[in-house]
Write a protein that binds this ligand. Sequence first.
Ligand code: FAD
Length: 426
Amino acid sequence: MPLNIPESSLERLVIVGAGFGGFTLAHKLQNSKYQIVLLDKNNYHQFQPLFYQVAMAGLEPSSICFPLRKSFQSNPNFFVRNAEVEEILIDEKKVKTNFGTIRYDKLVLAQGAKTNYYNNKQFETYTIPLKSISEALYLRNKILEDLEKALMIKGDEDISPLLDIVIIGGGPTGVEIAGALAELKKHVLPRDYPDLAIHKMDIHIIQGADRLLPSMSVQSSHRALKDLQNLGVNVSLGKRVQSIQDGQIQLQDGSTLEAFKIIWAAGISPQHIPGLKNECYHENGRIIADRFHTVKGLHDVFVIGDMSYVTTDKFPNGLPQVAPVALQQANHLSKILKGKKLSPFEYFDKGQLATIGRHKAVVDIGSFHSSGIFAWLSWLFVHIYYLIGVRNKLIVLFNWFWSYVFYDQALRLIIRPFTINKSNKS
Ligand SMILES: Cc1cc2nc3c(=O)[nH]c(=O)nc-3n(C[C@H](O)[C@H](O)[C@H](O)COP(=O)(O)OP(=O)(O)OC[C@H]3O[C@@H](n4cnc5c(N)ncnc54)[C@H](O)[C@@H]3O)c2cc1C
């Protein structure tokens, strides 16, 4: 059954995914010569770099998500559909979704990436990922619920497993979560739970590589390590997890850790979409494209963002899977689709940032490295700048100001999803 989209004389461009790449592209092509159909399994755009602040009860989900319909309200040739794409039917020039099929004249794939558990079922079953706003909320609830459970325990029973948190992965996400948790433990939880032995909460970060933030400079790695250790985080470098079961983590060196909350921040893999020939995929699962974003062998199908595999002289192993790549590719592709003659895409790396805590961050811009307050302010500025929606920017700024001045985060609510027991319904 076809999706309900009116036919028009305009060429139809279907964009799959309204993340950094797809949303930006759609925005830049508003009022162009195309009928645009934007498909996403969610009805909002999510700002992934701030997921961890939702998980740490610092921000509300609505302040880092943006409703898609609001952005494209005034354009009669623009259609948003809340649908999950399941397959591309290349010969018919259609995509199949969970609500029916839709034909395209041109197709852009921008579905991003998903959590990579390296085919290990245990890692998938026993750890908490942070790749969607729902997962961030789940983590927030779990942290708060376990604190409440720990309060109920009387006598000599050990409450540590309920309090302790283990983060697997020492890239930017792992480091940012660890720093935020340490700040929460230091400034907020002792006031909320005066009758709980919060000092028993241990925060661990386990990193397989021999340094944190391996994609950044050695100076930044060292600084992040020092800052986290000063905040009381237990950092294990060069250690790999072998197995996880029922709160028990077994490391490859034989040591073990116990925790009911194990956060998985150890990698991503590209979203897979069936229907393309095998030759279109690189061995890492990303879709091979040229520097005009065209999928190998298909002149009317394009791919951008974390899903795409594009090599350049500066990046012979593929472009990094970060937001600026998706944004710059979307900008470049929008010009190509408008008919401009452009030179091949070149990624301009403006630098990398990671925050560790209050006044603590690291920044690398080319051979320039900085840390401390300058890096922290740069981090704040960059995140506010790229966040979508003026309202969101103001709310996030206000929340940051509030927690900076009052050492407080105001959103420590446990909101459980409502479920209907169908057998009880009349
Ligand atoms: C916790 C976290 C922190 C991060 N921090 C940073 C950071 O600090 N700096 C940085 O540069 N990068 C960061 N990143 C990476 C950055 O978010 C990604 O590189 C970027 O989002 C990629 O953009 P994209 O457009 O390719 O995909 P995404 O932004 O992931 O968007 C993909 C979209 O596709 C939709 N979708 C997926 N599958 C389907 C389907 N089958 N059908 C319909 N819709 C679908 C999704 O709902 C989503 O809206 C972080 C990522 C995470 C998870």
